[in-house]
Ligand binder design. Structure first.
Ligand code: ARG
Length: 458
């Protein structure tokens, strides 16, 4: 058997692995991304083995030195994989034995790749979630800054994409900040359940060696130990939760992206995208397209797909570890990259958005968005709201046939529809007044918006 294709488990086999099988089963091309976590886990494990006198301290020292050198090789791009490297774990072990000789083989005492890979993925996600949390905060700040800079700008608020009631542009921006705040909470929840050390579960049943799992947990910063080795080597709930959090975050970013696409359209004209964040057409010279926002929206599809992919892989797996679980990594890596990329580019683009406040203001009262004010006015004068609604509906119909706006109507005209209208009604008929009056907690009044801004650190 040629040396470079000899596997760690070759002792059992009468013939070498077929090249096709090597190619089909290897995870090294993608799971090498876990090298730093794999090595950190191995160092903690090795030091525990020495501490418990399971292996000699002198051997542990040489193993740890070797592992650090291997980490440096990865970091500097000098690591040379062999075709026999089935995965990151075998690659590191193979290289370790090349470096320190046969004693390198002691590292895998009281450990299996099954608990090792479960550990690596947890360490990886713990680090990535910390990054994603920071990017979420950055985007929330970008939204809050945009809101602060345009604190007095009023836009039409929509339901069914039909003009509904005027709102502060800041209120609209901060709606997204709320979504991102909930996303942060979802990643925090995910971190809580991720914070469990699976190492020490062995292949599935635990280990006969007198290991100290608490020692390893302390070294790696885990708060709890897995309580059931069979569950620990086959549990990927934490990865599914992570992908679910990414999918929901993606849905939020997609909605924000959709607003940017709409707002930058000719028809809305509420914002202009910075040239540096827009793209042109290869045929139509006049075009300025919102491709960044469209891609953020489009990438949500893969975030959903990654979640579904992992859930499908997990369903129906018999206890305990099955190689199917190797399929957990690519969706996780892809969601990490996708979410980080989208958060990053939105945080960079939003501060450069040109807000066309005049367009927004003009649109804010178009389409009879002050009709609710008239109905509210009548209700404060004692008219049952349901009746007031009917009266104002008739007024809108009148305006449509007469080609008038609500604001233009004279008091005598209004009084034809209800004798309860008085001169003070005029004060109600402005977008600014409509916004100011929505003072109940959570509404679009400037006071509430200021409170929200504080929530999001602006
Ligand atoms: N590459 C494998 C994975 O990602 C590592 C664990 C392999 N374990 C095994 N018993 N074949 O799941």
């Amino acid at each position: 058997m040629p040396q470079q294709t000899r596997k760690a488990w070759a002792g059992r086999m009468a013939e070498p692995t077929d090249r096709l099988v090597e190619k089909f089963t290897t995870s090294f091309p993608f799971d090498q991304r876990l090298y730093a976590h794999d090595i950190a886990g191995s160092i903690a494990h090795c030091e525990m083995l020495a501490h418990q006198r399971i292996i000699p301290r002198a051997h542990a020292k040489r193993i740890v030195t070797g592992l650090r050198q291997i980490e440096a090789e990865f970091k500097t791009g000098k690591f040379r994989p062999s075709p026999a490297d089935e995965d990151i774990h075998m690659a590191v072990e193979r290289r370790l034995i090349e470096k320190v000789g046969g004693i390198g083989g002691k590292l895998h005492t009281a450990r299996s790749r099954n608990d090792q890979v479960a550990l690596d993925l947890r360490l990886f996600l713990r680090a990535e979630i910390r990054d994603i949390r920071e990017l979420l905060t950055r985007l929330r700040h970008a939204l809050a800054t945009l809101a602060t800079r345009h604190a007095d700008v009023i836009v039409p608020g929509y339901t069914h994409l039909q003009p509904a009631q005027p709102v502060l542009f800041a209120h609209h921006c901060l709606a997204y900040a709320e979504m991102l705040w909930r996303d942060t909470g979802r990643f925090d929840d995910c971190l809580k359940r991720l914070d469990v050390l699976p190492l020490g579960s062995g292949a599935l049943a635990g280990t006969t060696f007198p290991i100290d799992r608490r020692y390893v947990a302390r070294r790696l910063g885990f708060r709890a130990l897995s309580a059931n080795s069979m569950d620990a080597v086959s549990d990927r709930d934490f990865a599914a939760e992570f992908l679910a959090a990414c999918a929901i975050l993606g849905m939020h970013l997609s909605r924000l992206a959709e607003d940017l696409v709409l707002w930058s359209s000719q028809e809305f004209g509420f914002v202009e995208l910075p040239d540096a964040f827009a793209t042109g057409s290869s045929i139509m010279p006049q075009k300025k397209n919102p491709d960044v926002a469209e891609l953020v929206r489009g990438k949500t599809g893969r975030l959903y797909g990654n979640l579904l992919s992992l859930l499908t892989t997990l369903k129906g797996l018999p206890m305990t570890y099955n190689r199917d679980l190797q399929e957990d990594k690519e969706p996780v890596f892809d969601s990490v990259d996708t979410v980080k990329g989208s958060l990053d580019i939105l945080s960079a683009m939003l501060p450069q958005l040109r807000v066309k406040r005049d367009r927004m203001r003009a649109a804010a009262t178009a389409g009879f968005t002050l009709a609710t004010e008239l109905a509210d006015y009548l209700a404060t004068k004692g008219v049952p709201f349901r009746d007031a609604h009917g009266v104002v509906g008739a007024i809108v119909r009148y305006c449509l046939t007469e080609r008038r706006t609500l604001e233009e109507l004279t008091l005598p005209e209004l009084r034809r529809f209800s004798p309860r209208f008085r001169a003070d009604v005029k004060k109600w008929l402005s977008a600014a007044a409509a916004v100011r009056r929505r003072r109940a907690v959570g509404g679009t009044s400037p006071d509430n918006v200021r409170r929200q801004l504080r929530r999001h650190g602006a």
